[in-house]
Ligand binder design. Structure first.
Ligand code: SF4
Length: 376
């Protein structure tokens, strides 16, 4: 399902990856302070049109009035902390409930002159809103030499998805969105993929979902549903796999890790999650937050990552001052990097992370090539 790259593209990627590996893998270890952030996740809103069983954000009272307006976002991103940003992800809540989303994306573009890629994560239920906003966002990014990627959350098919989202006809709506994204992809506006959170309610049908995505030729990645501070998951234990259901989830992860249709990068992620859940090892794969990424909340609160405590409000202090605050850095080093990260299952496999893990990524690719039967 992965696109074949030309020799020129591969050579450029190899040079870039070697530079990242040297800078972040070797020199980065010697630095006492994190390097300037190159990746950021921005939660544009806490409002959501779904009622997911594994997320409590939608139960919060906070509404539109707490969100950063495009002007407030421009002020926050005007700080030097954001000057090296290359990868920006926007999610929520549901980002497309914001009717000023194209304007927010323009603010990001203006504030981050080195931006390479903007990613939007959506539940895919607002097809009409997406049809209006995406061509405009894609055109702005293209004019600036950056690309647009959309990730649609699809946690099941038919009534399974309707039940997980708490929305009637959720799957039918998602299918309409997928058709829209296929059209936009085919005219070169964007790339898109799907993501599925593994939960107690969908484990019985994830193979069927994977087959459906495969037949459509759309990449589907899996992550493990877990408690996360930012998703306000207190009291939602029943949504997550435990006991025999967790064993079933581990079997599924091992099964897809061994499937030659998955890339070496995805296989390494699934194998690592399965090993971690079985208590066989701690996390070894890189995390872009730990490499110096950050998370910006809908109200201007800054976090080191999605497991981090709040480290300050960008409406009250300059972002760089918060990020490099001695007490915050101490918390980051002692509590996040030395403790939390060891047990945090890999969620993303961004280009920055893959480049940092270059030697093992190459070793994984070579091992799979050797195992793969020759054609003809
Ligand atoms: S706790 Fe997890 S998300 Fe946060 S920096 Fe560590 S590995 Fe990354």
């Amino acid at each position: 399902m992965t696109r074949r790259r030309s020799a020129g593209e591969l050579a450029r990627l190899a040079v870039e990856a070697s530079a990242v590996w040297l800078r972040d893998g070797l020199v980065g270890r010697l630095r006492s302070r994190p390097s300037p952030p190159r990746a950021m996740h921005y939660l544009a809103t806490h409002r959501c049109n779904a009622r997911c069983v594994m997320c409590g954000i939608w139960k919060e009272d906070g509404g539109r009035e707490e969100e950063l307006s495009p002007e407030a976002l421009a002020t926050v991103l005007g700080d030097r902390l954001f000057g090296s940003m290359e990868y920006v992800g926007i999610s929520g809540g549901e980002p497309f409930v914001r009717d000023d989303l194209p304007e927010l994306c323009r603010v990001v573009l203006r504030a981050c002159p080195r931006l390479k890629r903007l990613s939007l994560t959506t539940n895919g239920l607002l097809t009409r809103r997406m049809a209006e906003a995406l061509p405009e966002i894609a055109a702005d990014l293209r004019a600036a030499g950056a690309s647009l990627d959309v990730s649609v959350s699809v946690h099941g098919m038919g009534e399974t998805l309707d039940g997980i989202y708490g929305v009637d006809d959720a799957f039918a709506k998602t299918e309409r969105t997928i058709a829209l994204l296929e059209e936009l992809r085919d005219v070169g506006s964007l790339s898109f993929s799907m993501n599925c959170v593994l939960l107690a309610d969908n484990l019985g049908s994830v193979r069927e979902l994977r087959g459906w995505a495969g037949r459509r030729g759309v990449h589907l990645s899996f992550v493990v549903g877990e408690h996360r501070l930012r998703f306000r998951t207190e009291g939602l234990d029943g949504a997550f796999a435990s006991g025999p259901v967790e064993d079933e989830m581990i079997s599924f992860l091992r099964e897809i890790a061994d499937d030659p249709a998955e890339s070496a990068v995805a296989a390494a992620k699934y194998r690592e999650i399965a090993d971690m859940l079985e208590g066989r090892r701690e996390r070894t794969l890189s995390c872009y937050y730990a490499m110096g990424g950050l998370l910006l909340g809908h109200d201007g609160t800054l976090y080191y990552c999605s497991h981090s405590r709040e480290i300050g409000s960008c409406l009250e202090r300059p972002a760089a001052e918060i990020f490099l605050d001695r007490g915050n850095l101490d918390y980051r080093r002692r509590e996040l990097l030395r403790s939390e990260c060891r047990h945090c299952p890999p969620y993303t496999r961004t280009r920055w992370e893959i480049e940092r893990d270059l030697p093992r990524t190459l070793a994984g690719m070579a091992a799979r090539k050797l195992r793969r039967p020759r054609r003809g």
